[in-house]
Design a protein around this ligand. Structure first.
Ligand SMILES: Nc1ncnc2c1ncn2[C@@H]1O[C@H](COP(=O)(O)OP(=O)(O)OP(=O)(O)O)[C@@H](O)[C@H]1O
Ligand SMILES: CC(C)(CO)[C@@H](O)C(=O)NCCC(=O)O
Ligand SMILES: [K+]
Length: 246
């Protein structure tokens, strides 16, 4: 049994994998005061994992809390924390300083290369929206970073006098009330960003979406896309299998 954890900037996701098969994902808000207690209550009842694999783009303290908790629950558990590198699993990192690429992007790129082979455009619609291009041969071309939908809406509410925070249904039509104007405007900003990034490339790329806003973005993109919310977990599993085999 392997325990997989993806710590984003808004929330944490964890799942177990048995024989390479992913089980259901649990989403948790790790900024709440009772988070450690709630997590421990979950983990006390799961099948004992032999390995814990963590991908974190959050503060080190959150990772350490999880590692300490896992070690206290299951002494001898092996902890795996991949870092972005120059190459791994046939993917070549485009960054001049490869370790600076977010490990979530790095792991998701490896999963895309393995499960959706070909020229691909990976879009993670989380706290941030990241767009990364990868070639059939595993060459990462680089990417883009923008605020995610929630951040765009929050910053409008925080930096204007008249605009409220709104989190209702959105589409990309012209609005005649403020809330819809914000929801539709931010959604179109995200969709337009992805479409513009694709249009600027000299050839076509298969679009793969992940993250909390993947479904809504997929519904409003003018190009076909695949939604896979498990890319970071799938990327993490690569590292576990390798360690198991060695
Ligand atoms: N229950 C939820 N809690 C938080 N965000 C949610 C929820 N449901 C949907 N979302 C949407 O998901 C987005 C956050 O996505 P996700 O959980 O993938 O981010 P994250 O992994 O924490 O962030 P990142 O990896 O980008 O730092 C938000 O912009 C929000 O609009
Ligand atoms: C961009 C985010 C926040 C997306 O989760 C994360 O991948 C990150 O913190 N990356 C480090 C900077 C970079 O990837 O260039
Ligand atoms: K993420």
């Amino acid at each position: 049994m392997i325990l997989l954890v993806d710590i984003g900037n808004s929330r944490l996701k964890w799942a177990q994998a048995d024989g390479g098969l992913l089980q259901a994902t649990v989403f948790m808000d790790y900024r709440q005061a009772d988070f450690p207690e709630r997590l421990r209550e979950f983990w006390r009842h799961i099948a004992v994992p032999g390995q814990l694999a963590i991908a974190s783009v959050s503060e080190h303290a959150v990772t350490m809390l999880l590692v300490d908790m896992a070690r206290s629950l299951w002494s001898g558990i092996e902890v795996i924390m991949p870092r972005a590198s120059e190459t791994a699993f046939n993917v070549k990192n485009a960054y001049a300083q490869p370790e600076k690429l977010g490990v979530d992007r790095w792991l998701a790129l490896q999963a895309v290369h393995r499960y959706y082979p070909g020229d691909a455009c990976l879009v993670d619609c989380g706290t941030a929206i990241t767009i990364d291009f990868i070639e059939t041969d595993g060459r990462h071309l680089g990417g883009l970073i923008s605020p995610g939908l929630l951040l765009m809406k929050k910053s409008l509410a925080q930096n204007t006098a008249a605009l409220p925070f709104s989190d209702d249904q959105a589409d990309t039509s012209l609005a005649v009330v403020t809330a819809a104007g914000i929801n539709n405007g931010t959604l179109l900003a995200a969709a337009g960003l992805v479409e513009a990034a694709l249009a600027r490339q000299p050839k076509a790329y298969r679009v793969v979406l992940s993250g909390g806003d993947a479904e809504i973005l997929a519904r409003h993109l003018s190009v076909p896309s695949i939604v896979d919310g498990d890319l970071v977990f799938k990327g993490l599993l690569n590292y576990c299998r390798t360690e198991n085999a060695s």
